[in-house]
Design a protein around this ligand. Structure first.
Ligand SMILES: Nc1ncnc2c1ncn2[C@@H]1O[C@H](COP(=O)(O)OP(=O)(O)OP(=O)(O)O)[C@@H](O)[C@H]1O
Length: 622
């Protein structure tokens, strides 16, 4: 069969362009990537062979080999794992399937140096081979496959595929090294790179024939799965490299949890929390990233039952001898042993997080990255609610830093029986909300919540230390029972008959635009504000839904007026003195629109709003 020539997917071509042309300070990582892929391929084969032993028969000793050829200037990395067929080659080595890649690449500019350091965090996988090689050949045969294939490319636009009848099971990757990459033909350099980046790989990485290809074979790594070693035997650097391998990640682990559970069910967990936010954190098609092993045999890296969705940022490995080896991925979902392992893992991760929370700054960084995800657990995991609430941190009206509920409760005022919060788009905007005024005047702290998820868990009737969560922008403010430290002077209020007249005017003029109009006990400085009525959806949530689901009809809200505010007092006096006039009507609308604007909404009718404002300005000027 003659060679078939295919072109790279546009994203791959762009990635390769950056990889090939940039100066890369750490280009030895190509070896880590290729060894990592070889190890994954062996894991996949071992799993497939559980149900189809013929796949591995005759060559069951899985391993990864390196071979040097100084004359030909080639370095070959081979494995006897699952291998690839023609379609796999086209799909895996001509495209990038990873979710988020296209967006990520779109975001890159033209600065090769900068771009490459960003790509380093993202991972270039197989394509990193082109940092050191001018030509790459992949000779491969899929386990059980009839045909072997050779994929070949110079990394510049396309690749060829030809049949390779001699290719044994697995993949053999031949790198024709560039002149400036001759260092990778030296044994000492290979030893060093493998030791640094791939020592944790559970399979032996063997240099065949030593330096000149005719000497003795040399195993370059420890070849024992890292998680089976005791913590004292593993260095930080090794944990980090293992995290890169298992998590397909390129940052440092923020937290490493490595333990062996003993008792009714035994398992080992080696788990990592990343420092950086993974690309797919909020993508609906995201996968779990904890690999499940049974007695060191890889089973799956997509096991939903292993950790709850609110811990989906955790990477790592769980290995247990208490699960049956022939367990299918589908059966896993309902496996009681797995359910117990999950409980244990969650408990352990949350308790380690609690310890880490003592380091306020480091924990604040973690919270900023993953807090919004962890908060999903507040309504997903009933049993862990208290632990999760204890771990939660919030912005609040008390200073600029993050506060815990423990801190909040310790600062509660006499007579305060709820934890107050307000939801909105940004902390800066929330700090200026009129709804906060009455609370601030009494020294009552309010949590400022800006994650969309906050709208959901706060509506679930949660309590912390017997205290309910209450929105300051919903229902009537219950501030009377709270004693202020210093009684601020209450400004003189408009007489009741005048306020009644104004309320009647506002209700009459605004009609169905408002659900109710009432005197506020939450305002001190602003003239008016809108609040959601008891049982109504919060204004912020309703806006979020409108944005995401295209709903356009917003429900009517309660308009609250501040009877101690100069404008309201003057308006109330006029409302009591005159019957409805066009000028009073204008002012009723302006008051309403003003409350909408403060909420981040547009005036109900922007053109009318502008006309009314102009009339009022003119009246003031002439
Ligand atoms: N030695 C191999 N044997 C079998 N399949 C392989 C081998 N090397 C790569 N592949 C296939 O090619 C795919 C792409 O590899 P690549 O290294 O680019 O990305 P990845 O391993 O999926 O993710 P990462 O970017 O984290 O490395 C792999 O997912 C795998 O399916």
């Amino acid at each position: 069969m003659s060679a078939e020539t295919l072109t790279f997917q546009a994203e791959v071509a762009k990635l390769l362009d950056i990889v090939v042309n940039a100066l890369y300070s750490q280009r030895e990582i190509f070896l880590r990537e290729l060894i990592s892929n070889a190890s994954d391929a062996c894991d996949k084969l071992r799993y497939a062979a559980l149900t189809e032993p013929a796949l591995i028969a005759g060559d069951a000793d899985l391993r990864i080999t390196l071979r040097l050829d100084k004359d030909a200037k080639t370095l070959t990395i081979a494995d006897n794992g699952i291998g690839m067929d023609r379609d796999d080659l086209i799909n895996n080595l001509g495209t990038i399937a990873r979710s988020g890649t296209a967006e990520f690449l779109k975001g890159l500019g033209g600065d090769a140096r900068k771009d490459v350091s960003q790509i380093g965090q993202f991972g270039v996988g197989f394509y990193s081979a082109f940092m050191v090689a001018s030509q790459v050949e992949v000779h491969t045969r899929k386990a059980g496959g009839e045909h072997g294939w050779c994929w070949s490319s110079d990394g510049k636009g396309g690749f060829t595929i030809t049949e390779d009848a001699d290719a044994p099971r697995g993949a053999r990757i031949v790198l024709h090294l560039k002149d400036d990459a001759a260092e990778f033909l030296d044994v000492w350099r290979l030893r060093q790179v493998v030791k640094t980046y791939s020592d944790h790989i559970g399979l032996p990485v063997v240099l065949l024939g030593g330096e000149d290809g005719t000497g003795a074979d040399e195993t370059l790594n420890q070849a024992s799965a890292l998680w089976t070693r005791s913590r004292s035997e593993v260095t930080e650097e090794q944990y980090k490299e293992f995290y890169h391998h298992v998590g397909h990640a390129y940052d440092d682990p923020w937290l490493t949890v490595h333990y062996r559970a003993e008792g009714a069910i035994e398992y080992t967990g080696l788990l990592f929390i990343p420092t950086q936010k993974p690309f797919d954190l909020f993508q609906p098609d995201r996968k779990q990233h904890v690999k499940l092993y049974v007695n060191r045999v890889f089973i799956t890296d997509d096991c939903d039952g292993l950790l709850p969705p609110y811990l989906r940022f955790v990477r790592g490995v769980v290995d247990s001898a208490d699960l049956p080896l022939n367990v299918s991925r589908e059966m896993l979902q309902h496996n009681p042993v797995l359910a117990k392992i999950k409980t244990g893992l969650v408990k352990r991760i949350l308790s380690d997080l609690k310890k880490k929370a003592e380091d306020t700054d480091a924990y604040a960084a973690f919270w900023g990255t993953f807090g919004a995800v962890l908060k999903e657990g507040l309504y997903e995991d009933f049993e862990r609610r208290d632990d999760l609430l204890a771990l939660a941190r919030f912005h609040s009206t008390h200073g600029d830093g993050l506060v815990s509920l423990e801190d909040y409760v310790s600062r509660m005022k006499d007579g305060q029986d709820a934890i107050y919060f307000i939801t909105g788009e940004s902390v800066a905007a929330l700090r200026k909300s009129p709804q906060l005024e009455g609370y601030l005047a009494k020294g009552v702290e309010v949590l400022l919540l800006t994650d969309p998820i906050d709208e959901f868990w706060t509506g679930h009737g949660l309590r912390w230390k017997e205290k309910a969560f209450e929105s300051v922008a919903q229902g009537a403010a219950k501030l009377d029972a709270i004693k202020a430290e210093e009684q601020a002077e209450t400004p003189e209020q408009a007489p009741a008959d005048q306020t009644d007249a104004l309320i009647a005017l506002l209700k009459g003029t605004l009609g169905e635009r408002v659900k109710d109009v009432r005197v506020s006990s939450r305002l001190t400085a602003s003239a008016c504000c809108l609040v959601a009525d008891e049982g109504q959806m919060s204004i912020h949530l309703e806006r979020l839904l409108r944005q995401h689901q295209g709903q356009d009809a917003a429900p009517a809200r309660v308009l609250e007026i501040n009877a101690g505010h100069g404008t309201i007092k003057a308006l109330a006096a006029r409302a009591a003195a005159e019957t409805t006039s066009p000028a009073l009507e204008d002012m009723a609308f302006l008051l309403f629109d003003q409350a909408r604007i403060v909420e981040g909404e547009a005036p109900a009718d922007p053109v009318e709003f502008a006309a009314r404002l102009s009339r009022l300005m003119q009246a003031g000027l002439v």
